[in-house]
Design a binder for this molecule. Sequence first.
Ligand code: NAP
Ligand code: G4F
Length: 320
Amino acid sequence: MAKRALITGITGQDGSYLAELLLSEGYQVFGVVRRSSSQHFERIGHIQDQLTLLSGDLMDEVSLINVLRECRPQEVYNLAAQSFVQTSWLQPVLTGETTALGVTRMLDAIRTVDPSIRFYQASSSEMFGRVKSVPQNEETDFYPRSPYGVAKVYGHWITVNYRESYQLHASSGILFNHESPRRGLEFVTRKVTHGVARIQAGLDTQLRLGNLDAQRDWGYAADYVKAMYLMLQRDEPTDYVIATGISHSVRELCEVAFGAAGLHWEDHVVLDPAFLRPAEVDHLIGDAAKAQQELGWRCEVDFYGLIEMMVAADIAALTT
Ligand code: NAP
Ligand code: G4F
């Protein structure tokens, strides 16, 4: 019998890569999708015939219980969230409902339907915020700097708490920024690579950005979903930092992305205060030694390979 896995957030960047990985491992894959007036399954269109999509929403616990009863998974990957940091200042309550309390709803649904289900929570390096030590690992204290970061801290600790209170096999992956050609256009890497492609095609001349000094530890999403899967194969649940261990600034991102298209970033990038944040996370860099040792996890694509891949994909999408 094939193992069954349920993914919330299957229409998102990570959900699409994780679904591909689990299918390749022989799983029967179910995904939670929320009702919308228009369908947007671009990231999973190529595998949709191999998936079973079920209607549900992290805002509605009954829908999660019904989904679990219908598909009876052995593993649940909770990737759904309001995941854009800037939006979390505009919609802090919605962000809390989804990104924080949504985790409790799913954990309670698991307790209700089948406490033997293994659970993965998509925690975030954004929880480290104004960092307490460099690099950040599983022992580093949290100091979130956005409503999103605060919500993720809640989601993280409720996962730990349900593991300790009810002996659930619940693990939390503290993932640093990870990107791909499937990244949403609002996030800075994709905004830049998509902007480069449009400028090269003569469709735009400028790219408006905020803080160029911010530094992130950027990895490749397809590498990172492997860590999620590996965490749920362990006998004992626990938490892992997933990161490359190398960080770059937004300015360096611009240099590499524009350079990959034969352009100079200074000719096109315009600073726009509209993209500055009320509170910034200045510098994130992760230490994934625990995941490397216990899971055997490694990242295969580095920052330069990642950005070149994204630029090439955006240029190809405009020319086909
Ligand atoms: P994403 O592309 O923004 O995808 C978010 C997913 O959540 C979408 O499928 C979205 O569905 C779904 N969703 C949002 N609200 C929902 C709700 N109320 N009920 C059910 N589904 C809902 O995010 P991602 O980059 O794949 O990230 C996956 C997870 O990892 C998120 O929890 C994110 O916060 C976390 N994370 C991401 C990173 C990163 O660098 N990518 C790093 C650390 C942690 P629709 O398609 O219907 O909008
Ligand atoms: O790409 P970003 O929007 O990602 P951010 O805020 O780091 O959050 C992402 O990574 C988190 C993991 O640490 C995830 F949990 C979260 O869900 C999301 O996937 O911004 C990166 C940096 C920021 O410092 C931002 O101020 O880029 C800076 N930036 C500069 N100009 C910009 C822009 N960010 C965006 N989105 N747009 C700009 O124009």
